[in-house]
Design a protein around this ligand. Sequence first.
Ligand SMILES: *[C@@H]1O[C@H](CO)[C@@H](O)[C@H](O)[C@H]1NC(C)=O
Ligand SMILES: *[C@@H]1O[C@H](CO)[C@@H](O)[C@H](O)[C@H]1NC(C)=O
Ligand SMILES: *[C@@H]1O[C@H](CO)[C@@H](O)[C@H](O)[C@H]1NC(C)=O
Ligand SMILES: *[C@@H]1O[C@H](CO)[C@@H](O)[C@H](O)[C@H]1NC(C)=O
Length: 610
Amino acid sequence: MDQVPIWVLFISFLLLFHTTSSIEPDVRQALINFLGSLSGSNGQAAQAAGWNLDTDPCLDGWNGVTCDKKNQSVQKISLDGLSLAGILDVGSLCTKQSLAASLNYLSVGNNSISGDVRKEIADCKQLARLNISGNRFSGKLPDSLPMLNNLKKLDISNNHLSGDLPDLSRISGLTTFLAQNNQLTGKVPKLDFSNLEQFDVSNNLFRGPIPDVEDRFNESSFLGNPGLCGDPLPNKCPKKVSKEEFLMYSGYALIVLVLIMFVVFRLCKRRTKEEKVDATNKIVAVDDSGYKTGLSRSDFSVISGDQSALVSSTSLVVLTSPVVNGLKFEDLLTAPAELLGRGKHGSLYKVIFDKRMTLVVKRIKDWAISSDEFKKRMQRIDQVKHPNVLPALAFYCSKLEKLLIYEYQQNGSLFQLLSGDQPLGWSSRLNLAATIAEALAFMHQELHSDGIAHGNLKSSNILLNRNMVPCISEYGLREADSKELPSLSATNSRRAIEQTGATSSNSTFNADIYAFGVILLELLTGKLVQNSEFDLARWVHSAVREEWTVEVFDKRLISHGASEARMVDLLQAAIKCVNRSPETRPTMRKVAYMINAIKEEEERSMVFEV
Ligand SMILES: *[C@@H]1O[C@H](CO)[C@@H](O)[C@H](O)[C@H]1NC(C)=O
Ligand SMILES: *[C@@H]1O[C@H](CO)[C@@H](O)[C@H](O)[C@H]1NC(C)=O
Ligand SMILES: *[C@@H]1O[C@H](CO)[C@@H](O)[C@H](O)[C@H]1NC(C)=O
Ligand SMILES: *[C@@H]1O[C@H](CO)[C@@H](O)[C@H](O)[C@H]1NC(C)=O
C-alpha cells in the first residue's frame, strides 16, 4: 500500500487546502483595506504587519489578528500603539457578513486615528469589546452604537469626541465604560451602575445632576465637568423652585383655569348642571358638549427649564417660560376671564392675573390626536423658535381636554387692524407681508420633515405685539385636513384639492401657502374673507382674468399714492399662492423671496423720491 496513485494525492491536497483556507479573498481584501485606511498617508502598515492577499490571516498569523481555532474565523483585531494615523473604516470591516459574525474584539487604542466613529460600527453585532482610547477621534458617537447589545467593555477615553452620547442605557451588559478626557456634552448616561466595574466620565462637558451611582464610584469618576452637580461630587445641585412647589402651583393654576371656564360656560347660557367637587382633590368641569373631565393634581408633570427632564408622562406641561415661572399662582385665584371667541376648532379665553399679566387660553375642540402625539408635537414646535412666531407658554392635555396658554398680545390681530377705520399704509402692509412670509418659510423649513404645518392660518391668527410687530399664533394646532382649507375659502379651493387628489403630507403645507395667499389678497384688497361667505380668491381670479386688475385693490391704498406696479407684483405673488392646483403653488421660501424683492424695490424707489 505504499504506492498511491498521483490523483489521490492531488485530490487530498485539494481537500486539505480547501478545508484549512477558511478566510475568503474578499474578506482578506476587506481587512487589508481596513488597515490601509488606518495607516493613513504614511501607508505600508499592512505590509509591515504581514497582511497581504496571498497569505491567510488565521493560518499565516497576521499580526494583530486572532482567530477561533476550531472554525478559523477572525475573532479579534488588536492594533494598539502602532502610530496609526488614518481613519477607522468600520464600513469595510463590519459590512462583511462573515467577519461581522465572528469579530468580538476591536481595539485600536493608543494611536493617532482621527475622524468620527461611523454608524456602520453597529453592523459588527458580536462586538464585546471596543477600544478606541487614546486617539484623535472627534465628532459625535453614532446613534446606532447602542445596537451593539453584546458590548461589555467600551473605552472611548482620551479623544476629542463631542456632542451628546447616544442612549447607552440600552446596552444592558456593559461592565466598563470609560469616556474621560473628551468634550462630551449632555447628561451623564443612566447606566446599570450595579453591573459596572469601571466607569469614568471625568474631564468632559457633562451637565446637570449625576444619576444614582449606587455608591459604586467616587468623585474621581466625575471630576472636571464644570456643569455636573450632586452626589458623589461635593457641590450640591442648585435648588430650583422645587419640583413639589412647582407641581403644586401648576395644580392651582389648572384648577383655577378649569373653574374660570366653568364660570364662563355658565355665563354663555350653556346648559349647566350642578356638579360636585369631590373631596379627593378632583375637580369636575362640564364641557359644552356635556361630558365630564376629571383632573387630579397628581397627574401634573413639568418640563424643567432645559426641557429634557420629563418627570411623569401626563398632563400640564410648562414649556420654556420665564413668564409663567415668575407668576405667583395664588394671584390666579382672583383672575377674571373673558371669552374672546369661539370658532370651529375651539374657544379662546383671555385671563388677567392681578393686572400684571394677561394670558390667553386656547381650548381645542374635536381633535382626534392622542395625548402622546399631541405632547410630542407641541414639544417639537417649541424647539423651533422664530421671533415672529408666538410660542406657547404651556399646555395641558388629557384624553378629553387640550389647552394651550399663550401670552396675550395687546394690539389685536391683523384681521381687526384691517377691519378698523384706521387704514394701514401700503409700506406697512408690504412689511407685514414680508415678515409673515419669512416667518412661515422658516417654520415650514424647520418642521417639514415632521410634517407640521400651521394648519389654520388666517388674518385673525396674525397678532400684533406691543411694538406692532406681527407674529403668527396657533402654529401647528391643527393638521389642515385636505377636505377643508383654512379661512373659509369655500368651494373652489375644495374643488382644487379634489381635482388633484392631493393627500400627501405636502398638502398641509400647500394649504398654508393657499391661506397665506388669501392673507395677501386681504392686504391688497382690504376685503376680509373670514366671516363672510365671499370667496376672495375666486373673485380676484376672475377680476384679473377680465383685466380690470386695478379694480381689485383697496381704494384707500390708491388714494394714498401706493405704487400700482408693486401692488400688481404682490398680487401676482398672491395669485400664485392661491393657484387651484396645490402642486404648482410656490414654496413659502420662494414666496418670501418674491415679497422681499418687491419690498427692496419699494425701498429703492423711496430713496429716489426723496
Ligand atoms: C502607547 O504606545 C507607545 C508606543 O507607540 C508606548 O510607548 C506607550 O507606553 C503606550 N501607552 C499606553 C498607555 O499604552
Ligand atoms: C466560529 O465559532 C465561533 C464560536 O466558537 C462562533 O461564534 C462563530 O460564529 C463561528 N464562525 C463561523 C464563521 O462559523
Ligand atoms: C484600551 O486601550 C488602551 C491603549 O492600548 C489601554 O491602555 C486601555 O487599558 C484599554 N482599555 C480597556 C478597557 O481595556
Ligand atoms: C476612588 O476610587 C478609586 C478606585 O475605584 C480609588 O483608587 C481612588 O483612590 C478613590 N478616590 C477617592 C478620592 O476616594
